[in-house]
Design a protein around this ligand. Structure first.
Ligand code: 13P
Ligand code: SF4
Length: 305
C-alpha cells in the first residue's frame, strides 16, 4: 500500500521536476525514500559543488537550512527550495555574527575558518569555509599559524590533532553526534570483533580515539565501497546506513548508536518534496550584501579542495 502510494508520489515528483527544470539534491542523512528520489546524494562538500555547477533552474534541497542557504549563496540566479523550512541545524544555531566579531577582536591576527554548518552571516564574517571532508587539508594550506575555528569544538579538536596550528575553537557541537559514546563503540567492537570502526569527526575525541578512521559521510561511502573490509561499525547519523547498505549488498554495517539521529534531517518527506515543487515553496534567499561576502569564503574553500 505504502509502496504504491510512494510510486505515485515519485511519478508526480519526476513529472513536475521536468516541468520546473528542477534538480533534487539530498544529504546522506535523509530518510531512505528521499535519498532514492534524489538526482544527487552526498556530503556537504559534494552538495555545494553540485549546486555550484548545475544548469537546473530550480534546486530542491533536501537537507538542513545551512545547506540550502549555501546553494542560494552560490547560485543567486536559481530558485532554491526547502521542502521543510523548519529543518535547521542546532550546531549552526550555536554561533552568531556579533559574538564572532567579539572573538575576532580578541585575536586580530587569526584566520577565521568556519565549518559550512553556520548561518550565512557567520560565513560572511569568515575568511574561509570548510567541511569535514577538507578541514585538515585546508587548514594546513593556510599561511596563518593562528586559526579561529567555528562552530564545532570537536571538529576543531580533530583538526588540531592533525596540524601544528594554534586552533581557537568555538564552543559548539552536534547534538546528534555527541549521543555516540565511547562505551557504545566498545560494546559494538565486542559484538563484532572483526569489524572496522569509522566515525564522523563531529564525534567526541574519546570516540574518535577508539575508531580506525574519522571521515566525512562521503568519505565513509567511498571507504566502504573501495575498501576490502566486510564489516563496518558506523559512528554517524543513522541515515547514512541506508546508502551504505544499498551500495554494498555484500557487506555488513552496524550503527555505533541508534540514538545518533538528527531530527531535522528526518523532516523532509516525498510528500513535502512534491508540495514544494507544486507551490515553489519555501524559497531560500540571502540578502545580497551578506551573500557576496559569504560566497567569497565558500569559493575559497571550493578552490582549495
Ligand atoms: P558531511 O559533510 O560529512 O556530510 O557532514 C554534514 C553534517 O552535518 C554532519 O553532521
Ligand atoms: Fe547539524 Fe548535527 Fe544534524 Fe549535521 S547531524 S545537520 S551537524 S545537527
Amino acid at each position: 500500500m505504502k509502496r504504491d502510494s510512494n510510486l505515485r508520489l515519485i511519478e508526480k515528483i519526476q513529472r513536475l521536476k521536468k516541468e520546473r527544470k528542477a534538480i533534487i539534491l539530498a544529504h546522506n542523512y535523509q530518510i531512505g525514500e528521499v535519498q532514492d528520489v534524489a538526482d544527487y546524494l552526498g556530503d556537504s562538500l559534494g552538495l555545494s559543488r553540485q549546486a555550484a555547477k548545475t544548469n537546473a533552474e530550480v534546486i530542491v534541497f533536501c537537507g538542513v537550512h545551512f545547506m540550502a542557504e549555501t546553494a542560494a549563496i552560490l547560485c543567486p540566479d536559481k530558485i532554491v527550495l526547502m521542502p521543510d523550512i523548519d529543518a535547521g541545524c542546532p550546531m549552526a544555531d550555536m554561533i552568531d555574527r556579533e559574538r564572532l566579531k567579539v572573538l575576532k577582536r580578541k585575536h586580530p591576527k587569526a584566520t577565521v575558518v568556519s565549518y559550512v554548518n553556520t548561518p550565512a552571516e557567520v560565513k560572511a564574517e569568515s575568511d574561509i569555509c570548510c567541511t569535514s571532508a577538507n578541514a585538515v587539508k585546508l587548514i594546513k594550506s593556510l599561511k596563518s599559524q593562528e586559526i579561529i575555528f567555528t562552530p564545532d569544538k570537536y571538529l576543531a579538536h580533530y583538526v588540531a590533532t592533525k596540524t601544528d596550528k594554534r586552533i581557537i575553537p568555538w564552543d559548539g557541537f552536534c547534538p546528534s553526534h555527541v549521543r555516540i559514546l565511547s562505551g557504545d563503540i566498545a560494546r559494538r567492537k565486542k559484538e563484532h570483533p572483526t569489524a572496522e570502526v569509522i566515525v564522523h569527526p563531529e564525534c567526541t575525541p574519546e570516540v574518535i580515539k577508539l575508531s580506525d578512521r574519522a571521515l566525512s559521510t562521503e568519505g565513509m561511502c567511498k571507504y566502504a565501497k573501495e575498501g576490502s573490509v566486510l564489516e563496518i561499525i558506523v559512528g554517524t547519523e543513522i541515515g547514512l546506513l541506508h546508502r551504505l547498505r544499498k551500495e554494498n549488498p555484500g557487506k555488513k554495517f552496524y550503527s555505533a548508536s541508534e540514538l545518533a539521529i538528527c531530527p531535522s534531517m528526518k523532516l523532509t518527506t516525498l510528500e513535502k518534496i512534491l508540495w514544494s515543487l507544486e507551490d515553489m515553496k519555501e524559497q531560500i534567499t540571502v540578502p545580497e550584501e551578506i551573500r557576496v561576502k559569504a560566497k567569497r569564503a565558500i569559493d575559497k574553500m571550493l578552490e582549495i579542495s
